[in-house]
Write a new protein. Structure first.
Length: 244
């Protein structure tokens, strides 16, 4: 087995009496696309929050990234080292244009000066196929899909080694999910490791090489995606959610 780029060891996050992440361990292999699924409230977003320390650290456990133990590092240092995450809600600044939004991420995320940040943003949006006339629009004039593109572009412009995406397909139409799928595979083909939290199982199954299912803060199943989703415990966890 190749050396993991990221290793999560016995990570716990408690909110008062609730263990939102309850002793989770797994590895991520360099260059893979790892899917993370699980019913609502199973601890997926909390897991990203504590790995990135953005916005808070774990209660206990260790995170190792490229041979360094990073769970005590400040969030900014973790991001600068190449671990970048997106949030479930796209936090676009309504008055900034698309290109300004991505340039801002390049400035703060990568420390680029204004001109270099603008150039990096233009390059990233080029690679993502965002048309020049759309780049000059304020973000509140863009479609949901375009705002997702910007969210992903704002992460990519920092040149991450690992891109952690939290439910990027939420709110998208079927054709938009197809476009997102193409975008994710394109990003993966450049060598970026991707950890994808997704509620839309069809997208996960189309792109993930490995799948982890969380339930009540624990790893319920892990492995080849088609095998994992046929696991009776996984089916029960999802049915339980539908009944709730
Ligand atoms: P998921 O992303 O899988 O839907 P979350 O990680 O958002 O789940 O939440 C996991 C559990 O932790 C849920 O029960 C949620 O209500 C709880 N939780 C999340 N954030 C907080 C918080 N800041 N304070 C208290 N409980 C929280
Ligand atoms: Mg979530």
């Amino acid at each position: 087995m190749p050396e993991p780029i990221l290793e999560i060891r016995s990570v716990v996050k408690r909110f008062g009496g609730l263990s939102a992440v309850d002793c989770v361990s797994f590895c991520v292999i360099d260059g893979e696309l790892l899917g993370i699924a699980g019913p609502n409230g199973s601890g997926k977003s909390t897991l990203f929050n504590v790995i990135s320390r953005n916005p808070y650290p774990a209660t206990s456990g260790e995170v190792h990234f490229r041979g360094n133990r990073i769970d005590q590092w400040p969030a900014q240092k973790i991001a600068e080292a190449g671990l970048t995450r997106t949030f479930q809600k796209d936090a676009a600044f309504p008055d900034l244009t698309a290109i300004e939004t991505v340039a801002l991420a390049a400035h703060y995320g990568k420390g680029l000066a204004r001109k270099d940040a603008a150039e990096a943003a233009a390059r990233t949006l080029d690679e993502m196929g965002v048309a020049p006339e759309r780049r000059e629009l304020p973000t509140n004039a863009l479609s949901v899909y375009e705002r997702k593109q910007l969210m992903i572009g704002s992460a990519l412009v920092t040149e991450p080694l690992i891109l952690m995406l939290d439910e990027p397909a939420s709110g998208l139409t079927r054709p938009e999910i197809e476009s997102l799928k193409t975008l994710l595979l394109q990003i993966k083909s450049t060598g970026v490791t991707i950890i994808l939290i997704e509620h839309v199982l069809s997208l996960l199954l189309a792109v993930a090489e490995r799948l982890i299912v969380l339930n009540q803060g624990r790893v319920l199943a892990e492995g080849e995606p088609q095998t994992v989703i046929r696991n009776p415990e996984v089916i029960e966890a999802y049915l339980g959610e539908r009944a709730a």
